[in-house]
Write a protein that binds this ligand. Structure first.
Ligand code: ME8
Length: 510
């Protein structure tokens, strides 16, 4: 049986419409999921929305609508966004679903049975925006208002609350980070988390009585669970916990949680501690990607510079957006969106380097080789050199994707695409047509063969462009997995008339 691979995005708060940061995380996670499937893994890929929490309650109150209406409306937009960005998820989970309420109550009960939950009173500085309490020493003050380190205002809250004995997990967590050095990535994040845990962990308030929007605490329904307890649990809900033990065993633990850098602590401290307490296996790795900024500025509704994924895709198309985000921003670092950067990158790589090479070589095959795949023999040394570089790509990409260095995988592919362009220009097949038509055919065949590898390897990143390319190379749908890479299209196979695969982008009129 093939190996399995379980991967997740964070689940987004549907307190507003999705923005480009949400699309970015989903697109990157989708690229990894697609890559793994093409590489022969059985993948379980989940995403969704985090519908509970005070932030939802406050936004709904501001809009003057019931919280459920707010959640339904925006979750609808998040589902739509997942479709529009081409996400290949296997499960979209919303935390109000009965299966999730059940899973959250089951993990709570397991943690309580382990003796890690107790009832007490809580008073503290709470930031609704971050859905988290902050210590007095972490706060700043301006005009009588206190602020969390994230810049969000905090307010004093007091309530009876259940607590999770997080302090008891400090040593076990440090041991986890030592024994599983790949658990937190990138490495800089690991150092931050380790330093934080070493500085001492306090028990965590995990229930609220000040609102009823949440998962009821088993046996004490005056309390609803703190949103992060139920939110993190979504990952095991999606794997069939607790009612489908066989499916759970087959798909949990997750191989990779892809999340943004702002929620690393929740995923690398709380989440493993909850799972340890409940006696459940721990995820293998948590990767914190960077944030996207718009022309150097943080996106915010009040500035009015929030990038809307629907608008961008409407203006430029999906694959250009996917390509730009994955190729241009080193995954793990912050990235900066700019229209010029976008257009230049897409035109250079997709329209010129891949698109033109395909168009030029395949239209020559159509005209001068009876529209059929030429023979790849006899190969000249320079053909071998190019093909060797092409054949080295899957392993390079595999390593890069396993390290979540998506930009490196794409960088490696486009380096060899440039090499193929240099090869094509250097061999001058248009001249060979008169002097040595047999050699011309081989040059065109080698170019088409290189394009086939590029097409197969680009599928996870730019699925439509790659599929169009493989169509015009007559690669059957069934022969597009990595396993098939070593089998070239037989010479003599008729090729469809080539049509341009990537239009050049123009700067939109202001
Ligand atoms: O944090 N650039 O939800 P969320 C890149 N519900 N990524 C960004 C971003 C930006 N500008 N803004 C946000 C939550 N993100 C919780 C998660 S998981 C059990 C619960 C990322 O809607 C952010 O880092 O605020 C997170 O990974 C995801 O989008 C959802 O953010």
């Amino acid at each position: 049986m093939s190996q399995r691979f379980t991967i997740t995005t964070a689940i987004s708060y549907p307190n507003g419409a999705p923005h480009i940061g949400h699309a970015y995380e989903l697109i990157a996670t989708d690229a990894i999921a697609r890559f793994k499937r093409l590489d022969g893994y059985r993948v379980h890929f989940s995403t969704g929305t985090d519908e509970h929490g005070q932030k939802m309650v406050e936004t709904a109150a501001r809009e003057g609508i019931p919280v459920a209406e707010l959640a339904d409306r925006n979750t609808g937009l998040f589902r739509k966004m997942a479709e529009v960005v081409g996400s290949s998820h296997d499960d979209f989970i919303s935390t109000r679903e009965p299966r999730h309420i059940k899973a959250s109550q089951a993990i709570w009960t397991a943690m309580a049975d382990a003796g890690d939950i107790y009832l007490d009173n809580y008073g503290g500085w709470y930031s609704v925006r971050d859905e988290a309490y902050f210590g007095e020493n972490e706060l700043t003050e301006k005009d009588g208002q206190k602020f969390a380190p994230t810049g969000a205002p905090v307010k004093w809250m007091e309530e009876p609350s259940y607590f999770f004995r997080l302090s008891a997990f400090q040593d076990r967590l440090l041991k986890l980070y030592e024994e599983q050095p790949d658990f937190i990535a990138p490495a800089t994040r690991r150092n931050e988390v380790m330093a934080f845990v070493k500085s001492g962990l306090k028990d965590l308030s995990i229930s609220r009585t000040t609102m009823d929007w949440g998962v009821p605490v088993p046996g004490d329904p005056k309390h609803v669970m703190y949103v992060w307890v139920d939110a993190l649990t979504n990952y095991i809900t999606s794997c069939g916990y607790p009612d489908e033990p066989d499916r759970f065993k087959a798909s949990w633990p997750a191989d990779l949680h892809v999340i943004g850098k702002d929620i690393i602590r929740f995923h690398t401290i709380y989440w493993p501690a909850f799972l340890m307490s409940a006696g459940l296996p721990l995820p293998r790795r948590v990767f914190g990607h960077g944030f996207l900024y718009n022309a150097g500025e943080k996106m915010s509704k009040s500035i009015g510079n929030v990038l809307d994924p629907f608008d961008l895709i409407g203006a430029f198309g999906l694959d250009p957006l996917r390509h730009y985000l994955l190729r241009e921003v080193p995954f793990g670092q912050d990235g900066n969106y700019s229209v010029e950067g976008f257009i230049n990158r897409v035109n250079a790589d997709l329209a010129n380097d891949i698109g033109n090479l395909a168009q030029r070589s395949l239209s020559m095959i159509a005209k001068h080789c009876d529209g059929a795949m030429p023979s790849l023999e006899p190969l000249a040394p320079q053909d071998e050199v190019l093909l060797e570089r092409v054949r080295a790509l899957p392993e390079i990409c595999r390593k890069a994707v396993d390290a979540q260095a998506l930009h490196q995988a794409l960088g490696a592919i486009f380096e060899v695409v440039s090499e193929a362009n240099r090869y094509f220009a250097g061999e001058e097949p248009w001249k060979l047509r008169k002097t040595d038509p047999e050699r011309m055919a081989v040059v065109l065949g080698v170019t088409a063969e290189a394009l086939r590898w590029f097409g197969v390897l680009l599928q996870p990143f730019v699925p439509k462009t790659a599929s169009d390319l493989l169509d015009i190379l007559a690669v059957p749908e069934s022969a597009r997995t990595f396993e098939w890479l070593t089998r070239h299209v037989p010479s003599g196979t008729p090729l469809p008339a080539p049509s341009p695969i990537v239009p050049k982008l123009e700067e939109p009129a202001a």
